[in-house]
Design a protein around this ligand. Sequence first.
Ligand code: OGA
Ligand code: ZN
Ligand code: ZN
Length: 360
Amino acid sequence: MLSTEPAALPALPALWLRDNCGCAECRDPRTGQKLFQINELPAKLGVESAESADGEWQVVWSPDGHRSRYDATWLAEAGAPDDRAEDAKELWPTAAALDGRLPDASWAAYLDDPAERTRMLDAVRSLGFCLLRAVPLREGQVREVARSFGYVRETNYGLQFEVRVEEEPNNLAFTNVRITPHTDNPYRDPVPALQLLHCLVNEADGGDSGLVDGFAAAARLRAEQPDAFAVLTRTPVPFAFRDATTELRAESPLIAVDARGRIREVRFNNRSLATLRLPANETEAFYAAYRSFAELLLSPELQLEFRLVPGDCLVFDNTRLLHARTAFERGGARHLQGCYADLDGLLSTLAVLRRTEQQR
Ligand code: OGA
Ligand code: ZN
Ligand code: ZN
């Protein structure tokens, strides 16, 4: 059918459209950053005229006569999900859901091939982890791995920390005992979003590794016990760490949701959960829900089990996955080097890799 009607500008809020004007008066052409404040726009903003030609809309605004141009494809784009929240992830409710698919690559391939680098960083974004193999057995190499996609986050444990049996441990990680599934440093604000563990020696009997998808477990709790889920999203929980030179404390719900109620962060660490000081009814509700969540998180079928061998470097999302290790024999040699980093840096590196991919 032939239509003589001119196409209408899609029904879009005027302020939104004007806020996204890309002209040189509205945005600095060098940086693309906006040059105006929202309250500087006319209060009674209206579209005076809108014409479409060559895949572009030209808008003249009233009352100020300002002119804007909008690419029609850009206007039709859908919103992108928040990279940190559950919708953007591939959840693995049990270890079996990964079906033997360990996202791994050799360090050499990761360094040399942008497609491999993209695949590994995207695995951290989507599955919550990746495993780099044959990473050189050099002291401090774990920081080089962090620097390959972002920046090391220094903490009271140093720029990097040694995971091995210490004479005077300030953390159970630095002993030979079993470490049950947990997220690291929940007593820190902001919590380090990424953790790296590089295996240098693992000759001990035991000392195997485990990972659990905390988002998948939280989603299951929401489906099966919505009241418990709600309690865990709204109860602030104190976490604390202290040794001779440090005293850290932070408060957060065990399950944090974003402004739209989507799961965005899980904290779970029985070692460093501190004393709650809440009204008795809230405390009771919290402990019942905490117990339910623990039962879920700690059930063996959720845990992906594997053994780190020298040269393996595990990179994982500490705001989503829980990690664990089995006990190992007292005298056995085991040495990992670890460090922390942040997810925003990794996601930025991934986005830039994708940009260059599109240009090829
Ligand atoms: C840690 C930790 C696990 C391991 O250092 O945070 O949990 O495999 N270590 O020793
Ligand atoms: Zn403009
Ligand atoms: Zn840990």
